[in-house]
Design a protein around this ligand. Structure first.
Ligand code: EPZ
Length: 416
C-alpha cells in the first residue's frame, strides 16, 4: 500500500536528527552541471525528488554515485541538451536545469514542468531572467528550447522575489560574460546555500541572502565538496509535532538561524522551545493557544511550506485562529481532510478561519501534495484511534523517512 498508519493520541518523547535540506539540495545538484569536474555533496537527503534530479543529470551525461548520504557527481562530459519528459514533468525543480545547461552547454530543451495542486506554478520569471541574460528561448505548446552561445551579464529585476527564478538567474550568470545585478531577489536560506556552494567552486557572487545579488561571470568553475544544511521545513514539521502532541522531544542538526519565524510561531502557540547550539528541545505541558492572525511570507517571514502544519496546530489549539496564505493560490487543501477528522475550518476571502479545541478522530485521509501530506501525519498523531494517510509517495518527495523519525520521537507510526 502507498500509505502511512498512525495510532494517535500519544505524547511524544525521544530524539531524532534532521536530514539535509531538499530545497537546498535540488538547485545545488542542478548547478553541478556548471563544473567540468567532480562535486561531492554530503548530508544529501535520499528522497525521491533528489533521485529524480539524479536521473535528469545522468540523462545529459553526468556520472553519479551515492556513498551513504554523500553524492559524487562528475559533470566533466555533459553533452545531451534534451531532457527526458517523464522526469521533467515529475518535478517542478527540473526548470532549474535551464540556467545551468545554458551556462555550461549553451543549449537546453525540456517540457513545461507543469503545476501542482497548490498552484499553477508558472515559470515566466525564469524565462524572463534567462532572456535578459541573452538566451533565445522558443516556446511551443508543450516544450521550451533555449540557446545561447554565451550568456551576457546584465541587470535583472524580478517583479516578485521568486525563489526558483532567483536560483535560475544565478545559475545562468555564474559563467556569463560580465556582471549580473539581480534585484528583488529571494532571500531564502536555500539561495545562500546555493551561492556558498558555487563560491566554493570558484564563482564570484556577492549579496547572497539579500534582495540584491551581484554575480561576476568567471571563465570556469572547479571541483568542490559541500555539506547540505539541515532541512528547516522537516525540522519545523517535527517541532510542530512536539507542540501539537505534548511531551518532550529533542531535535539535532537543526538549522536554527533559518527558523526564527517558525520558532517564534511555535512559542506563540505556547510550545516551550529551548535552543542549545544546533539542538532544539521542545516541551509542551498545558494546552496550546491559537493565533489571532498569521500570514505566510517570503523569508524571513513565516514559511508557506509550514502553513499546513500550522493549520493542524491551530485546529487543536484553544481559541480561534486565522491563517492567511500569501504565496500560493491554492494551499488550504488539507482543510477539507482535517474537517473530516473533526476540525472546524472555513476558507473565506483567501483566509482560513479556524475554531480551535477540536478533538480529532482517526480516519482515512488523502494526501495530495508534499507538505499537506506531512501535516496530515501530524493530525494523525493528535487524533485518537487510527489514521491512514494515503498517497505517501507525496511525503517521500521531501522526507527521507518520516516514520523512522517520528518513531524515534515516540510515535506509533508505520508504512503500509
Ligand atoms: C520554492 O518553490 C520551493 N521549492 C517551495 O517549496 C516553496 O514553497 C517556494 O519556493 C516558496 O518559498 C523548491 O525550492 C524546490 P517561487 P518555487 O518561485 O521556487 C510565483 C516544498 O514543499 N511565480 O518562490 O517554485 C509562484 O506562482 C516546495 O518544498 C511566478 O508567478 O517558488 C508563487 O505564487 C513547495 N512566476 C510565487 O511566485 C515564476 O516564474 C512564489 O513562487 C515563478 C514563480
Amino acid at each position: 500500500m502507498d500509505s502511512i498508519q498512525i495510532k494517535g493520541g500519544r505524547t511524544l518523547t525521544g530524539e531524532t536528527r534532521i536530514q539535509g535540506s531538499k530545497n537546498a539540495t535540488l538547485p545545488i545538484l542542478a548547478s553541478t552541471i556548471l563544473i567540468p569536474g567532480i562535486s561531492v555533496i554530503t548530508h544529501c537527503p535520499r528522497i525521491s525528488d533528489v533521485e529524480t534530479m539524479v536521473r535528469l543529470l545522468s540523462s545529459i551525461g553526468c556520472s553519479i554515485e551515492w556513498n551513504a548520504d554523500e553524492l559524487v557527481i562528475d559533470a566533466t562530459d555533459v553533452r545531451e541538451y534534451r531532457l527526458p519528459r517523464e522526469d521533467v514533468v515529475r518535478m517542478r525543480s527540473s526548470i532549474m536545469l535551464m540556467g545551468a545547461m545554458l551556462g555550461r552547454m549553451g543549449e537546453t530543451a525540456l517540457d513545461y514542468p507543469g503545476g501542482c495542486v497548490i498552484g499553477k506554478r508558472p515559470i515566466d520569471l525564469h524565462l524572463m531572467a534567462l532572456r535578459r541574460l541573452g538566451a533565445v528561448v522558443e516556446e511551443t505548446e508543450q516544450k521550451i528550447h533555449a540557446k545561447a552561445s554565451r550568456l551576457i551579464g546584465t541587470a535583472v529585476r524580478l517583479p516578485i522575489n521568486s525563489v526558483g527564478a532567483t536560483e535560475n538567474c544565478i545559475l545562468g550568470a555564474v559563467l556569463a560574460e560580465g556582471v549580473t545585478i539581480l534585484s528583488n531577489a529571494a532571500m531564502e536560506p536555500e539561495i545562500t546555500a546555493l551561492c556558498e556552494f558555487l563560491q566554493s567552486a570558484g564563482a564570484s557572487i556577492e549579496g547572497a541572502g539579500t534582495s540584491q545579488i551581484t554575480i561576476l561571470g568567471v571563465p570556469q568553475l572547479h571541483s568542490t565538496v559541500y555539506e547540505i544544511p539541515g532541512d528547516r521545513i522537516v525540522a519545523g514539521t517535527y517541532l510542530f509535532a512536539g507542540v501539537i502532541c505534548g511531551g518532550k522531544i529533542t531535535l539535532r542538526d537543526i538549522p536554527v538561524s533559518h527558523m526564527s519565524a517558525t520558532i517564534r510561531t511555535a512559542r506563540r502557540l505556547h510550545g516551550d522551545v529551548r535552543i542549545t547550539g544546533n539542538i532544539m528541545e521542545i516541551e509542551r505541558r498545558g494546552k496550546i493557544e491559537g493565533i489571532p492572525l498569521i500570514r505566510t511570507g517570503n523569508y524571513p517571514g513565516f514559511p508557506t511550506d509550514m502553513q499546513s502544519a500550522l493549520m493542524v496546530a491551530c485546529a487543536v489549539a484553544s481559541g480561534k485562529s486565522v491563517i492567511e496564505e500569501t504565496i500560493f493560490e491554492n494551499r488550504y487543501r488539507i482543510a477539507r481532510e482535517l474537517c473530516r477528522m473533526g476540525a472546524a475550518i472555513e476558507i473565506q476571502d483567501g483566509k482560513a478561519y479556524i475554531d480551535g479545541d477540536a478533538s480529532l478522530h482517526g480516519t482515512q485521509v488523502i494526501a495530495e501534495e508534499l507538505r499537506g501530506g506531512a501535516a496530515l501525519v501530524l493530525a494523525g498523531l493528535a487524533a485518537d484511534q487510527v489514521t491512514n494517510v494515503m498517497n505517501r509517495h507525496f511525503i517521500e518527495r521531501g522526507y527521507e523517512n518520516i516514520c523512522k523519525d517520528l518513531r524515534e520521537l515516540g510515535a506509533d507510526i508505520s508504512y503500509r
